[in-house]
Ligand binder design. Structure first.
Ligand SMILES: [Zn+2]
Length: 265
């Protein structure tokens, strides 16, 4: 496998749950639902921004739709028709007929801050003769307007084949009658330094980026304060250098970058 370019590392997105850092409760809750979502309890994932909630939901959807997934790890194959379609239509609704594991499945991600009439029409139109199962991901669920929430609630109450997973950084902003529709809640948190250190070692091996000393992983993990995106950007910067080495000097030289990102969080 050829080493990943700086740009590829910047754009990197986990292929499976084994590429996440910590947050095992949320990952296990999603993984348990991968084998069969029919009758699964709706799931609410809460946690601060940047802790991986949306990434987990996307990996969940991609693995559900994949024609030959690894359900034990929770990992899509990345090469089948469903995976390719998923990757190139990431921001759109999936209304195609998926047939993983012999069942038709529709995966509908909804950006709750920007719900279109089309989103709602498609979700409400679904009936059991169209798909065996419909899985709806409500991203930033606290941003749903009252009217939209009411329409979705109706769907949640009436359709036994619809499964909802919602992600939000502001669970207390959700009205109780809506929140109660999610039988299980899990919380994500910032990864600890040791989990990030391991993640960095794994990713650098995967991407073909060398390190001047193993202690540099721990240095970057500490400096990132649990934010995996900081680490990813720093490894991408290392990959952009001719020697492709992550060094302690590089990590220290990025103090201004870390400060600027933190100031904007
Ligand atoms: Zn696949």
């Amino acid at each position: 496998m050829s080493p990943a370019t700086s740009r590829e590392i910047s754009m990197y997105f986990p292929n499976g749950f084994d590429e996440f850092c910590g947050n095992t409760a949320a990952i296990d809750a999603l993984r348990r639902r991968l084998g069969d979502v029919s009758g699964a309890a709706n799931l609410l994932i809460t946690g601060p921004p940047g802790t991986g909630k949306s990434g987990m939901a996307k990996v969940f959807g991609r693995t559900l739709c994949c024609q030959s997934p690894d359900l034990t790890i929770g990992r899509a194959c990345g090469g089948c028709g469903s995976c390719r379609l998923f990757d190139c239509r990431d921001s759109e609704l999936y209304t195609d007929l998926w047939a993983p594991r012999g069942r038709s499945l529709a995966w509908w991600p909804i950006d709750c801050g920007n719900v279109s009439c089309r989103d709602l029409r498609l979700v409400r139109r679904h009936s059991s003769w169209e798909f065996d199962q419909v899985v709806v991901w409500l991203d930033e669920a606290h941003r749903l307007s009252g009217a939209r929430r009411g329409q979705l609630l109706k769907k949640m109450e009436e359709d036994p084949n619809a499964f909802f997973v919602a992600t939000t950084s502001e669970p207390d902003a959700l009205p109780l009658n809506f929140r109660r529709r999610f039988a299980e809640e899990v919380e994500t948190e910032w990864a600890d330094a040791s989990a990030i250190t391991r993640w960095l070692a794994d990713r650098c091996r995967q991407w073909g980026v060398a390190v001047d000393d193993p202690s540099t992983f721990a240095l970057l993990a500490r400096r990132s304060r649990g934010n995996v995106a900081f680490c990813q950007a720093t490894v991408a910067a290392a990959a952009g250098l001719p020697e492709r080495v992550l060094t302690a000097t590089l990590v220290r030289s990025r103090e201004a970058f870390f400060d600027a990102v933190e100031a904007n969080v």
